[in-house]
Design a protein around this ligand. Structure first.
Ligand code: CP
Length: 300
């Protein structure tokens, strides 16, 4: 496969190969691509994903084409397709896209010949975040088999939840959700538990950001009410198992999903996730841009 659009496209071998390459990079292996150019087309705000792709490209010797929807011909009505076709014509070797539309990439696949990396599509998927989360979990436990993972929060609007739940179950983890009724996604085949049950039983608590920008109206809950019922409070953190860890894709709504002082508590791996993100994205860019490079995909 020459694109990374959905985590569902990767075989177990494909996932393992990215995690192994990323770990070798973290352990000191150097990689260099050189003479390649990547275009970053971010139509939604980002700090981590965009900057870690920039850092990954920098470390691999890849040049970057900058883009901002506010100062580009998007302002004149240029379509996503025409923008991607343009960066391809200009000479980009790969395009990394974040876009608010679910599965935006369906309109590109037929006529775009350079690799496309999905850096987040609406409420759809976030495959590179998923891969860095998988690496963080694997570093801790050395396996995914029977690891109890609870993904907690705004499940309905979360692309992180969808990619991670699918991949973790495929890799043998025991995946459950925890969410207020209004943000449950009952189309997905996972059981729900309360936050109190979650913290007592899980090995990995993956908190999600409350995605206010994707909510139609004002929330019926205050931040304090959300934290008390569905967030990680000091009391809940104390109830977690000794070796269980805490993840959050960030950005974090401090005092909503989590009490602020817990963001850097001993069991938090939140900033480790970000560090892992650079190595994972280096591994992905390296695999896609090598001569004849491709990712291992599920058999159709
Ligand atoms: N986790 C994540 O996707 O963060 P950004 O929105 O800052 O890229």
């Amino acid at each position: 496969m020459e694109n990374l659009l959905s985590i569902k496209d990767l075989s177990v071998k494909g996932i393992e190969q990215i995690l192994e390459d990323a770990q070798r990079i973290l352990d000191g292996e150097t990689k260099s691509i050189g003479q390649k150019t990547a275009a970053l087309l971010f139509y939604e705000a980002s700090t981590r994903t965009k900057m870690s792709f920039e850092m990954a490209a920098h470390r691999l010797g890849i040049s970057l084409l900058g883009f901002s929807p506010e100062t580009s011909s998007v302002q004149k009505g240029e379509s996503l397709y025409d923008t991607v076709k343009t960066v391809e014509a200009i000479g980009a070797d790969i395009v990394i896209i974040r876009h608010p539309e679910d599965a935006y990439y369906n309109q590109l696949q037929q006529n775009i010949t350079i690799p496309i990396v999905n850096a987040g599509d609406g409420k759809g998927e976030h495959p590179t975040q998923c891969l860095l989360d998988l690496l963080t979990i694997y570093q801790e436990f050395g396996t995914f088999q029977n690891i109890k993972v609870v993904i907690a929060g705004d499940i309905l609007h979360s692309r992180v939840a969808k990619s991670n739940a699918f991949a973790l179950r495929k890799l043998g983890a025991d995946v459950m959700f925890s969410a207020p009724s209004v943000w449950k996604d009952l189309s997905l085949p996972y059981d729900y538990v309360s936050m109190d049950e979650a913290v007592e039983n899980c090995d990995v608590l993956m908190l999600l950001r409350v995605q206010n920008e994707r909510h139609a109206g004002a929330s019926s809950m205050t931040n304090e009410e959300y934290l008390a019922a569905y967030g990680l409070t000091t009391a809940r953190e104390k109830a977690m198992k000794k070796n269980s860890i805490l993840l959050h894709p960030a950005p974090i709504n401090r005092g909503v999903e989590i009490e602020s002082h817990l963001v850097e508590c001993d069991r938090s791996r939140i900033f480790k996730q970000m560090n892992n993100g650079v190595a994972v994205r280096m591994a992905i860019l390296n695999q896609l841009l090598q001569k004849g490079g491709h990712l291992h995909v599920v058999a159709n």
